[in-house]
Write a protein that binds this ligand. Structure first.
Ligand SMILES: O=C(O)[C@H]1O[C@H](OP(=O)(O)OP(=O)(O)OC[C@H]2O[C@@H](n3ccc(=O)[nH]c3=O)[C@H](O)[C@@H]2O)[C@H](O)[C@@H](O)[C@@H]1O
Length: 454
């Protein structure tokens, strides 16, 4: 009996000792955990500082005179790390997105990547194994949710778009510091011919100041990428030679938009001449297609016709039909990639020219002008609705009566050959439109007769 009591006592004592020990163990391990957490936090802070030096490298000092004039940039300067992500995740995304996945693949910075042409080109480049990094300021010139939609599409293909402005020298310098881009596809711009009368400054800010800022940064980048950029058929202005050839005069712009694009071509000449930048201007002719721009006639005609609203169809002052060389997006993308692939290297380094560099200008059009009236007829049959047309004289708002591209040069230099006619291109657009906006599809759209030209 006595011995069983002793056994119980012993057991109780043992369990007491176990409790004391485990309490000590918990206390010791929480101390250890605290120290490890502290160490990890210190290490993280250390790596953060190493990865993100302040924006005052020697390279930036070269450009500091530019920043001082720019209020927009000064604000960013203070907030830079919070605006640009400021963590290694952001930098990893930048590197990952711009890394080519094929041997001799390009590494392309696409400005305006959330735009119409920018998003299509980014996808095409990525699909063939090139590295693509986008930059876009997601401005509200037209519905930014469409731009966010394009961004989501690109993200599915592992293309990262930096939320930023081409006027931001700090940001561009940072991107060129992180990535040795081989090319810049510069498509960021204030587009639209008629809007230039409402907001002229936005054209100067994007198409002139923004372009110069980009060129200043490219000039200092090492390696210096080649630049392919979007000019416009509107530079032909009141030119009457048809079809428009690159040698025709372009000194009679009919809108401020056209004047800023023409200014871009002259600025390109200067940077090529002084700094040895390789520059190729592509004069796009009224580009249309899925994921297009809602400010363009074919897009808002579709919207208004679906909603039963009237549309204005312009005719010239003497009552003639207005026509455009409407060009399908896939053809434009092929042209952009062809121009990138044949672009020679920039020859400068450290902001100094080391030899002559390539300077090119190409028309990218469809070579078959179609009247706006005909465009409306095609839309009527695709949407199965009758348009409520107001036929009015073209207001004096910068529009030109017709455009028509001669693309011989682009064909010769990189095999450019448009293959989509307006009917089949619009069919693809309308198909996208009704799906994207959740509109009941008409029978017409589902029919298989999808004839491309040629
Ligand atoms: O190729 C180009 O250079 C330019 O093409 C388009 O400019 P635009 O050809 O004027 O395209 P839309 O604005 O879509 O106009 C197409 C046609 O519809 C006509 N239109 C426009 C608006 C309207 O209400 N009614 C109408 O008949 C215009 O006069 C024009 O002939 C783009 O908006 C520019 O950004 C681009 O640079």
């Amino acid at each position: 009996m006595a011995s069983s009591i002793e056994v119980m006592k012993l057991e109780r004592y043992n369990s007491y000792i176990r409790k004391v020990n485990s309490t000590k163990l918990i206390a010791a391990s929480s101390k250890l955990l605290f120290r490890v957490t502290l160490l990890v936090a210190l290490l993280l802070i250390f790596f953060f500082i190493i990865n993100y030096p302040p924006f005052t490298s020697s390279k930036n000092n070269n450009t500091s005179h530019i920043h001082h004039n720019n209020i927009h940039i000064t604000t960013h300067n203070l907030l830079s790390s919070s605006i640009y992500g400021g963590g290694s995740t952001w930098e990893k995304q930048v590197r990952h997105s711009s890394m080519p996945r094929r041997i001799s693949g390009l590494s392309v910075l696409v400005t305006g990547a959330a735009g119409f042409v920018g998003s299509h080109c980014s996808l095409a480049l990525k699909k063939r194994g090139d590295g693509v990094l986008g930059i876009d300021n997601f401005n509200s010139y037209y519905d930014p949710s469409l731009k966010r939609g394009r961004q989501r599409l690109l993200a599915q293909h592992e293309i990262f778009i930096v939320d930023g402005d081409i006027n931001d020298a700090e940001l561009l310098t940072k991107l060129f510091d992180i990535v040795p881009f081989t090319h810049v596809l510069h498509l960021a711009a204030q587009a639209g011919v008629r809007y230039a009368m409402q907001n002229p400054q936005s054209y100067v800010q994007s198409n002139i100041a923004g372009f110069v800022n980009l060129l200043e940064m490219v000039k200092l980048a090492n390696p210096q990428p080649a630049i392919v950029w979007a000019s416009s058929s509107s530079v032909y202005g009141l030119n009457t030679n048809v079809p428009f050839s690159e040698n025709d005069r372009t000194d009679q712009p009919a809108s401020l938009y056209a004047a800023t694009k023409k200014a871009g071509e002259e600025i390109a000449h200067t940077y090529n001449h002084i700094y040895g930048l390789s520059l190729t201007a592509l004069r796009f002719f009224t580009v249309y297609g899925p994921w297009g721009r809602p400010d363009m006639a074919y897009f808002f005609f579709t919207k208004d016709m679906v909603q039963g609203k009237p549309i204005n169809v312009y005719v010239t002052q003497d009552g003639k039909e207005v026509a455009r060389d409407f060009t399908y997006i896939d053809d434009i993308v092929k042209g952009c990639l062809g121009a990138l692939d044949t672009a020679e290297r920039s020859t400068g380094s450290g902001g100094k020219k080391r030899g002559p560099a390539q300077l090119r200008v190409y028309n990218l059009g469809n070579t078959s002008p179609i009247s706006v009236n005909k465009l409306v007829t095609i839309l009527e049959s695709l949407l199965n609705v009758k348009a409520k047309k107001n036929v009015i004289k073209m207001p004096r708002n910068g529009d030109v009566p017709f455009t028509h591209a001669n693309v011989t040069l682009a064909k010769k230099d990189f095999g450019y050959k448009p293959t989509t006619n307006l009917s089949s291109g619009l069919r693809k657009f309308v198909k996208w439109y009704v799906t994207y906006y959740g509109i009941q599809s008409s029978k017409e759209l589902d029919s298989p007769s999808d004839h491309s030209q040629d």
